[in-house]
Design a protein around this ligand. Sequence first.
Ligand SMILES: [Zn+2]
Length: 414
Amino acid sequence: MRTLALSFALSLMALNSATAETTQDMIERARGIHQRVITVDTHVDIPPNFATDAYDPMKPGPRGQQVHIPTMIEGGLDATFIIVFVGQGPRTTAGYAKALSDSFVKFAAIHRVTADMYPDQIELARTADDVRRIDTAGKKVALIGMENGYPMGKDLRLLDQFYDYGARYFGLIHTGHNDLGDSSVPNRRRGEPEEEHGGLTDLGRQVVQRLNELGIMVDVSHASKQTSLDIIAESEAPVIASHSSLKGIYDHPRNMSDEELMAIKGSNGVVQVVAFDSYLRAVPQGKQDAIANLWKEMGIKSFGDFRKLAGDDLNTYDAQMSEIELAYPRAGVKDLADHIDYAVGKVGIEHVGIASDFNGGGGIEGWSDASETFNVTLELVQRGYTEKQIAKLWGGNLLRVLADVEAHAKSADK
Ligand SMILES: [Zn+2]
């Protein structure tokens, strides 16, 4: 009798150890998955001094620089879209010329890194196949996305040049309306109304058509809802939202409504959920006030201004920001995963991806720079996503869209 009870207890223990996964086992399993899947972050900004001594991608540097080749290696981040972003300025000949020149500075910086500075470490991908080939070769992958169509002015021929320079997605609009359509966030300081055009303009339509012909993914992040829906209706190829979260979880103008989400699914595209504190959940009023006071104190008017701080000013800013962050922690990886869960629930695993917006205001508790990228995978594993699903979220879907857009371009008459 005693022996029987003992053997029963023993077999129960064996059963338990065979079915229940310890936390350590799960972490190990997540590490394996993270290593095997290709991780693509679709939005990493760069300042104009990228690829100089001030921001050497091999030397992790000061606060505000969240992505470097060593931190990508540490965090298992395989590929990043590096962004050629130019803020919206005056729609004048001089304004367009300056914006174009500023965009070329960023294209040149990315090419300098991949062609001259660190070609053994990182390579520029121009196709979805390139991404897989470069990853297999053990190098980091750089892709180029453009944010804001402002640098093209009204000259559609420049899109061909951007393609030649390697741009593989193009966001038509940033903060403030432009010649291509309305922004989700009008420039209030310039006194802009909620809408200027009521959606995508005729020039914007021609841009979408040309992007389709060239094989550049069309990006609706930052566009107003109507502009997004117009873009998706106009595009014959799948459309992406390169860095946006979901209005269904938190109603922020930069997030995608369910209607946009469904339309992106309808285009066979993908929404890249972004790790951006103020898009993931409401920022406490106390924190907003504290940051507003600090900005006023330091003479900062927009996000880009804090890069101009140096020496004591920068130290003061950093110290005070750290205090604010300590009092009011940012959203975390769980908040990001809540948005991912929501999007997956609405449109399915095939149409959801991940972006950081590092160097552009992105970064959350647990994924504050490239070195912490594994934490996102760990959270997804904890929530029960399989390796196959995680591979789709982390880049498989985005690469499918890029390949579709390439195939569409080949079939189009350029
Ligand atoms: Zn952005």
